[in-house]
Write a protein that binds this ligand. Structure first.
Ligand SMILES: C[S@@+](CC[C@H](N)C(=O)[O-])C[C@H]1O[C@@H](n2cnc3c(N)ncnc32)[C@H](O)[C@@H]1O
Length: 244
C-alpha cells in the first residue's frame, strides 16, 4: 500500500462523521451567508465552469452550485463524494463528481479551480497546482485555507487551547483519527499552511497576480456562534488566495 492509498482510506473512513464538525459543515445561517459572500467574491461571475479539487462532502461545490456555477467535484475518496452527491440531490443541485487524484483533473478547460483544505494533504502540492494551471489556462485559482500548525507558533498555541476547550464541552471531534507523525512528515505541507508558502507555490506553478485576502467576515460569524471561552480564544485565521 502506498501513501495515496493510506490517505484515501483515511478519508473514506472520515466521511461518516466529517460533516458533524461545525468547522467542516457549518449550519448557522449567518456563518453560511459569510461563506457564500466569500466564495462569490472569489469566483468569476456566474455562470462559470468550476473545478473543486478535493471536494470532499461538497462544502465549496454546493455553495458554488447554489450561486449558479456549473461545478465538477474531484476527489479520490468515493465515500466523501457519495455524501456530496446525496446533499446535492437533496437540494436539487447538479454537481458532476469525478473520483480521482487531484493531480489528474478532467481533461477540459475550466474558468476556475478551487480547493479548501486539500493542499496540506497532497504528497505533491506543487504538481497539483501545475496540473490545475493546465486545465484553466485562462482561468482563476482560488485557494481557501487557514493558518495552522508549526508554521505559526502563535496560531499553534491558540489552536491547541481552542481544541482543549472544545473537548471540555464535548464538541464533536474534527476527524475520526489523526494522521500519523510519519504520514504528516512525508507531506510537504503536512505540518501547517502559511499564506506566504501557498502564494509562492502558486506563482511557481504559473499562476499570475496572486491576491491574498483574510476571511474576516467568516471568522467573525463563526466566533459569534461559540461559547464565551472559545470565543475569547478565537478561531483560526482563514484566508483566500486568488490568482489568474
Ligand atoms: C480536509 S478534506 C476537505 C474537503 C472539502 N474541500 C471541504 O472543504 O470540506 C480533504 C479532502 O481531500 C481529498 N483528498 C485528499 N488527498 C487527495 C488527492 N491526492 N486527490 C484528490 N483528493 C484528495 C480527501 O478525500 C478529502 O475529501
Amino acid at each position: 500500500m502506498g501513501i495515496i492509498d493510506d490517505i484515501r482510506r483515511y478519508w473514506d473512513e472520515d466521511a461518516a462523521t466529517y460533516d458533524d464538525s461545525r468547522q467542516h459543515r457549518p449550519t448557522e445561517p449567518a456563518v453560511m451567508a459569510a461563506w457564500t459572500a466569500a466564495v462569490e467574491a472569489a469566483l468569476p461571475r456566474a455562470p462559470s465552469e468550476v473545478l473543486d479539487c478535493g471536494a470532499g462532502t461538497g462544502f465549496l461545490s454546493l455553495i458554488a452550485a447554489r450561486l449558479g456555477h456549473k461545478v465538477t467535484a474531484l476527489d479520490m475518496s468515493p465515500e466523501m463524494l457519495s455524501r456530496l452527491r446525496a446533499r446535492a440531490a437533496a437540494e436539487g443541485l447538479e454537481v458532476e463528481t469525478v473520483i480521482g487524484p487531484a493531480t489528474e483533473p478532467p481533461g477540459r478547460d475550466f474558468d476556475a479551480v478551487i480547493e479548501r483544505h486539500l493542499l496540506w494533504t497532497l504528497p505533491d502540492p506543487a504538481g497539483a497546482l501545475s496540473s490545475w494551471r493546465a486545465v484553466a489556462p485562462a482561468g482563476r485559482l482560488v485557494l481557501v485555507e487557514s493558518v495552522w500548525g508549526e508554521v505559526d507558533p502563535i496560531e499553534e498555541l491558540r489552536g491547541a487551547a481552542s481544541r482543549v476547550l472544545g473537548r471540555l464541552r464535548q464538541a464533536p471531534p474534527e476527524h475520526h483519527a489523526e494522521y500519523s507523525d510519519e504520514l504528516r512528515s512525508s507531506l510537504p505541507l503536512g505540518r501547517g499552511t502559511h499564506p506566504g508558502t501557498l502564494v509562492a507555490l502558486a506563482v511557481d506553478a504559473g499562476w499570475r497576480t496572486p491576491r491574498l485576502r483574510r476571511l474576516r467576515d467568516v471568522e467573525w460569524a463563526e466566533r459569534m456562534t461559540l461559547p464565551l471561552g472559545e470565543r475569547m480564544v478565537g478561531t483560526a485565521p482563514r484566508f483566500v488566495v486568488v490568482a489568474d
